[in-house]
Design a protein around this ligand. Structure first.
Ligand code: T5A
Length: 211
């Protein structure tokens, strides 16, 4: 049986990395065979593209070039990692996927949603996440958390209004696709955040077993 595809999303510093470890342990406890990966990245070529995307540069980065690089990395990642794992019956747990493109390049940069949808169809065909956990947090709290941890990369150096548009775009996608996108209140203490993730995963498994 084909594996399930779970993605973790949110604005900067919402706690994706922190909660990936929790979900990995959760899946291990359920004896589910899974692979963990991330975007942009996940293969040597896609990790090189990630580096290109996150590095500060002297030249302005053209927004369409940024969008195409995201999908170039994604195409390689799907071909090399995601599809083979799902086809082998493994679950895939991915730190960010195409919702991030709708949020950052669409909401943040103002790129056309129609163009993103066309690229999504070209690169992914029918592949969509089965479950997306959207960690939601006021932008200023997330940026404070992220900046405490490391120097800002090219995205983290954006202004607060950019991330407000990113957050709004994520929440709009969750409103449009409420069954797939579970919004988690990431402003709460970690134990309570993980309690919500636990509930969402249990519900997902119960529904998957019912199908
Ligand atoms: N991008 C990506 C696009 O523009 N388009 C795309 O299509 C894709 C796929 C890199 C960048 O690429 C962009 C978006 C990104 O800017 P990334 O590395 O996944 O993507 O992004 P980051 O958001 O930079 O990831 P971070 O590692 O910075 O943030 P996390 O993982 O969300 O946060 P985390 O877990 O490191 O937590 C931050 C701090 O908060 C604490 C943690 O201990 C840590 O110190 N924390 C909490 N503190 C209090 N209460 C809680 N509940 C806490 N949870 C965590």
């Amino acid at each position: 049986m084909r594996g399930k595809f779970i993605t973790l999303e949110g604005t900067e510093g919402v706690g994706k990395t922190t909660n990936m470890a929790f979900i990995q342990q959760w899946l291990t406890d359920q004896c589910i065979d899974f692979v963990t990966t991330r975007e942009p990245g996940g293969t040597p070529l896609a990790e090189d593209i990630r580096h290109l995307l996150l590095t500060h540069r002297d030249e302005a980065v053209d927004e369409t070039a940024e969008l195409l690089l995201m999908f170039a990395a994604r195409s390689q990642h799907i071909a090399q990692v995601i599809e083979p794992a799902l086809a082998a019956g493994k679950w895939v747990l991915c730190d960010r996927f195409t919702d991030a493109t709708y949020a950052y390049q669409g909401g943040g940069r103002g790129q056309s949603t129609e163009h993103i949808a066309q690229l999504e169809q070209l690169v992914q065909g029918d592949l969509r996440p089965d479950l997306t956990l959207l960690l939601d947090l006021p932008v200023d709290v997330g940026l404070q958390r992220a900046r405490k941890r490391s120097d800002p990369d090219r995205f983290e150096a954006e202004r607060q209004q950019f991330f407000t548009r990113v957050r709004d775009a994520y929440l709009e996608r969750a409103r449009q696709q409420p069954k797939r996108c579970q919004v988690v209140d990431a402003s709460l203490p970690l134990e309570q955040v993980q309690g919500q993730i636990d509930t969402a995963l249990q519900q997902f498994i119960a529904e998957a077993n019912h199908d």
